[in-house]
Ligand binder design. Structure first.
Ligand code: ACM
Length: 532
């Protein structure tokens, strides 16, 4: 009987009918070859770093293994080996070979070694014994991002660090930090201290909530924490709109607004505004060593009519021969772009910048899913573009039919859609393979109007950020929603261990939907964009 079963298994395997159980890894690697057997744990978990460039990754692995209950140290005869392998082409790529005797991670760059380490750590976390395997892996996209909005509701250092740590675990590498908006200014600027101490008062739900912001020391600490995890932080200082909190602190640079968006803009007509904003960006550039500064540029239309009657803007228009305020927006943006270049940084902004014919060095974030032509325009014109369309990548939209707190606009953003993005969208929008060459990657945005505490941020983010991680990393032929869903069990186990209030998509009762904030003062978003 046994012989018959063995023969049947051999035939089924030979015919390719037996799908091996996927390894417990998110995002799934590009190439996986499993071999019979397990790493012999008797060989221990000491780590040998054969090249000093991987010292930081070796130390990171050691600390995580120790935290997971293993005995581990950096030792010249360790059986877990991190080695330089110049044949690995992608800087974020790696090979991982597990045999009975050794675990070897090969990479040509510390980022690749780090991702090999993350894959190994997931196997340690999720398997009883480390399976013998050969993995060759590299990402589909260079930009795999997540945006946190600390302006609408402030979360604080520990929550930000926990997100960055989990991002790294799932091989996400860009943390876009929305630090300023109408409801709050959350970054200390030494030259203009009132930005934080006055602009930091209030939130989306309560204009009088106590002052909250990140000090420059806290930011340096977070930047260092992120860089050890190969996560680049992209600070966003939104301008010339979304400036209400800044204008509370320094009304002399106010360009006005209208209706429910009072004091919405910086004033493009005053020369002092450019000095002020350049000083701010100068401090921001010092704090964030990464190549990018994000200066927003979205939704200026909400306040731009105020410019028509502002004497300083009128004087600018006369001086420059402008006949409409849109030209003032272009003038403002071009001056700020020049300032960002002067600081040695690359500018990144929202897709409205395309209407201003900004310099081709600018990176564009396509966010208006209902304006797909902005994606094709951006790519067609050769702008490096990050895709973060509201649907399906805004995590302030609900993720399940039963949820009531969050955006719903003719549908919402379920896990499956995040996972499926972007390929079906390419087809429907008409994004050609030539255009795709200008896509740097994709990003999820967790706008926090209705995320006033960590339970709500976590509930709206997980497990969708796991799906984003796999869509951003794994090549299309290796994506499989059923397999991904099965692998989420490991993520849920981890989240339970860490006390994270995630949405369990198969068992919605596990964590009931947390209540939204009590809005003490209505704004446009709370009135029209959300279910109340
Ligand atoms: C945006 O959602 N206003 C970029």
């Amino acid at each position: 009987m046994n012989r018959i079963i063995t023969a049947l298994v051999a035939i089924i395997t030979a015919l390719g009918l037996y799908a091996a159980k996927p390894l417990p890894i998110i995002p799934y690697p590009q190439s996986v070859e499993t071999v019979k057997g397990h790493y012999n744990a008797k060989n221990g978990f000491d780590i040998q770093v054969t090249d000093p460039v991987f010292e930081g990754e070796g130390e990171f692995l050691r600390d995580k293994l120790v935290a997971a209950g293993k005995k581990s140290a950096l030792k010249p005869d360790g059986h877990i080996v991190l080695q330089l392998d110049s044949s690995v082409e992608s800087p974020e790529g790696y090979t991982l070979s597990i045999t009975k005797d050794a675990v070897v991670i090969g990479a040509s760059d510390p980022a690749g070694a780090f991702y090999g380490v993350q894959t190994l750590l997931q196997l340690v976390d999720n398997s009883k014994n480390l399976p013998c395997v050969r993995i060759a892996d590299s990402p589909r996209y260079a930009w795999r991002g997540f945006m946190r909005d600390d302006a609408r509701h402030f979360t604080g250092v520990e929550s930000v660090k926990q997100f960055i740590d989990l991002m790294a675990y799932y091989k996400l590498n860009r943390f876009h930090w929305h630090l300023t908006d109408g409801q709050g200014w959350r970054i200390e600027i030494k030259k203009y201290p009132r930005l934080a101490t006055v602009g930091g008062v209030g939130s989306h739900s309560d204009p009088d909530s106590p002052c909250a912001y990140y000090t420059q020391d806290e930011i340096r600490d977070i930047v260092d924490y992120a860089s050890r995890r190969h996560v680049m932080i992209i600070p966003e200082i939104d301008m010339p709109g979304h400036a209400t909190a800044a204008n509370r602190a320094y009304p002399e640079y106010n360009g006005g607004g209208e209706g429910i968006f009072p004091d919405f803009t910086f004033n493009p007509g005053k020369e002092e505004t450019y000095t002020y904003l350049s000083d701010i960006l100068g401090e921001v550039a010092q704090l964030f060593p990464g190549p990018f500064i994000h200066i927003g540029g979205d939704e200026v239309a909400y306040g731009i009519n105020a410019w028509k009657v502002d004497p300083h803007v009128k004087a600018l228009m006369e001086r420059e021969g402008f006949d409409n305020v849109k030209q003032c927006e272009r003038y403002f943006m071009n001056r700020m772009i020049a300032e960002v270049a002067h600081l040695g940084k690359t500018l990144i902004g929202w897709d409205e910048l395309l209407d201003l014919d900004v310099d081709k060095s600018t990176n564009i974030m396509w966010w208006r899913h209902d304006k797909p032509e902005y994606l094709t325009r951006s790519l067609g014109a050769g702008y490096t573009t990050v895709m973060c369309p509201r649907k399906p990548l805004y995590f302030d939209f609900v993720q399940h039919d039963s949820h009531t707190v969050g955006r719903i606009w003719d549908g919402f953003c379920p896990l499956e859609d995040v996972y499926a993005f972007p390929d079906p969208w390419f087809e429907s929008i008409g994004v050609t393979p030539e255009m795709q060459k200008h896509i740097s990657g994709m990003q999820a945005n967790a706008w926090s109007e209705l995320m006033h505490n960590s339970d709500r941020v976590e509930f709206m983010t997980w497990p969708r950020l796991c799906a984003l991680a796999e869509s951003g990393w794994t090549q299309l032929p290796n994506k499989d929603y059923k397999s991904f869903e099965a692998r989420l069990d490991d993520a849920y186990r981890l989240f339970d261990k860490l006390g994270i209030y995630y949405f369990d998509h198969r068992n919605p009762g596990h964590h009931p939907e947390p209540a939204g904030p009590e809005i003490k003062k209505k704004t446009r978003d709370s009135e029209t964009d959300y279910r109340d």
